[in-house]
Design a protein around this ligand. Structure first.
Ligand code: C5P
Length: 221
């Protein structure tokens, strides 16, 4: 993005997976690396924004100049996001665990050869939908992600409406695409106005172009 395109703006980004504890030694998680979300936070910073990055556990360094809030669970992520508002742009790139184990056992759960696994799950809050739909401090521009393995654009369109966001960055994470954890990404930008498909690019380049596009959109909002 052109230097300074986001000067004076506050950009809030979520990134990485969440870890949902089962007991003191085990958790439920997913394969998100946080690379795309972290690249977006770094690109927004380079474009002059003040950036808050709410990150789950990742193996990446904190991007320079970015205020990073480290959390583990979805509920902690939602609390950190609400604490960081208001923002001009909210970019929800985290792979939030859809479910968490009911309760967290205080002691390590012991196996019992005959009993069924003592794991029941409950849905986590949807952070993107909570902020995008009727929140008193909804950012003027709210961006969601859609990782799909089939009918990517169709699912992204439905998600745009369901979540109440302004733009969905949709990508194909089929096994073999190499997107999950990889350095490159092929994305489609889906808005109420239509779809724009980008070629496969480095995640850093996807971040740079996305920030450039968001700077244009927020200037018009
Ligand atoms: O519903 P689905 O997980 O496919 O939606 C993905 C989008 O919603 C992403 O932008 C993700 O960060 C966000 N999300 C969220 N909180 C959840 C689940 C998804 O913010 N609990």
């Amino acid at each position: 993005a052109p230097d300074g395109a986001l000067r004076g703006r506050h950009v809030l980004v979520t990134s990485g997976p969440t870890h949902e504890p089962i007991d003191p030694v085990r958790y439920v998680a997913n394969r998100s690396s946080g690379r795309q979300g972290h690249a977006i936070a770094a690109a927004a910073r380079r474009a002059g924004a003040r950036v808050t990055l709410v990150s789950g556990p990742v193996a990446l360094p904190d991007p320079p100049g970015v205020h990073v809030v480290h959390i583990e669970t979805a509920r902690e992520m939602l609390a950190a996001v609400e604490a960081a508002l208001p923002a001009d742009i909210g970019i929800f790139a985290a792979a939030v665990a859809d479910w968490r184990p009911v309760g967290e056992a205080e002691q390590k759960i012991k196996k019992d050869g005959s009993a069924p696994a003592p794991l029941s799950l409950v849905e986590n809050p949807d952070i993107l939908a909570t902020i995008a739909r009727g929140h008193g401090r909804r950012p003027p521009l709210v961006v969601g992600f859609a990782a799909e393995t089939e009918r990517v654009v169709e699912h992204a369109r439905a998600k745009l409406a369901r979540k109440g966001c302004d733009l969905i960055v949709a990508n194909d994470v089929s096994p073999g695409s190499g997107v999950m954890g990889g350095a490159r990404n092929s994305v489609h930008l889906v808005t109420a106005d239509g779809v724009e498909s980008w070629p496969t690019l480095d995640k850093d380049e996807v971040a740079r172009r996305l920030v450039e596009r968001l700077a244009e959109l927020v200037d018009r909002s």
